[in-house]
Design a protein around this ligand. Sequence first.
Ligand code: GLV
Ligand code: MN
Ligand code: MN
Ligand code: MN
Length: 404
Amino acid sequence: METVNQLLDSIKDVGRDAMRGGYSRAAYSTPELELRHWFIEQAQQRGLDVETDRNGIIWAWWGKPQDGALVTGSHLDSVPGGGAFDGPLGIASALAAVDILKTRGLDSKNTGPHRSLAITVFPEEEGSRFGVACLGSRLLTGAIAVDKALNLRDVDGNTFADVARGNRLDPRRVGRDPEAIARIGDFVELHVEQGKGLGHGGPAIAVGSSILGHGRWKLSVSGQGNHAGTTLMADRADPMVAAAQIVVAVRDTAARQPDARATVGRLTPVPGGTNVIASRVDLWLDARHPDDAVTAQLISAIYGVAREIAASEGCAVTLTEESYSGTVHFDPGLSRRIGELLPGAPVLATGAGHDAGVLAGHVPSAMLFVRNPSGISHSPEEYVADEDTAAGAIALADVLEGLL
Ligand code: GLV
Ligand code: MN
Ligand code: MN
Ligand code: MN
């Protein structure tokens, strides 16, 4: 029997990022593989039967694999320089919840849960390596075309097909998996809360209601690559100067739209030399809004301003959609039952994407959020107090027990 803190403590050195701070655990990188291995060992120590499906999703079964099982899970990959909780909290809480359920007398080897329970680990939830968030659950549900997925590339130029092959997955078998989907009767993901929805003093656990529609776009600004010393200021077509103005325009355009969020968190100048005027700058735009039509308008407004800015700098710009997920409302019936099992838990919407959101279009899905008092996430400063991780495991155990 281990607490969530003990479990998280046992992985606290895996994937630490000395340069950025926090953790960098990209999908199928050495640290993420180490965490997957850690999870498999932890599951086996608890007598769970582990299998990895054709999309790289790990399933740890308490009871026989069966259709309509109760499934809980999250992810072990992180954003670059992420916190300790986004993803691993859901996995550690699931393991701790199994321990708690055993102390309550549920034991698959004797009486058995009424239906089987599985813990799942989804690869590439953050999209930090191949650019598409929730790649594992999108592949499972067919929410991404297999060809598109196989051809995604990481920053080193490796395709997802190469990386899949290197991790004993068969690229010809990657993609929609109706048999695996049929195994999920209900899906519950516990996650660190990533906004300021749960403050000090109040309840530590909330039930999720919805996820903002969100997507990723790439803006490529091209200009004239040239010499930083010999090119007169008047003679330049510098895409970095256009990109800087586009970043500000993204902020300003979103700020005028209530409830919108738009971010440029990554920008790559090509070729990227201190004494080189770039020939191209790629910017990645993350935009979110509860109304899909408003997001579409926002993107088209941003693209319009970006074209004007690029033209004024003698540059050109293109926009490509990389992924989009519409607004998701979690299953009302499942969420109501969870609310009954956690009396007094507030109901919260979230601006963050999750595998539970992708699954929600296919199976009843719901989420639990654990208090993160500052709301800071995707940062080394993400924080959950020890007593709240413990409360999260108990809440998850209560919910699983009630749903089994
Ligand atoms: C993933 O955490 C996202 O919402 O970007
Ligand atoms: Mn995240
Ligand atoms: Mn997450
Ligand atoms: Mn997420």
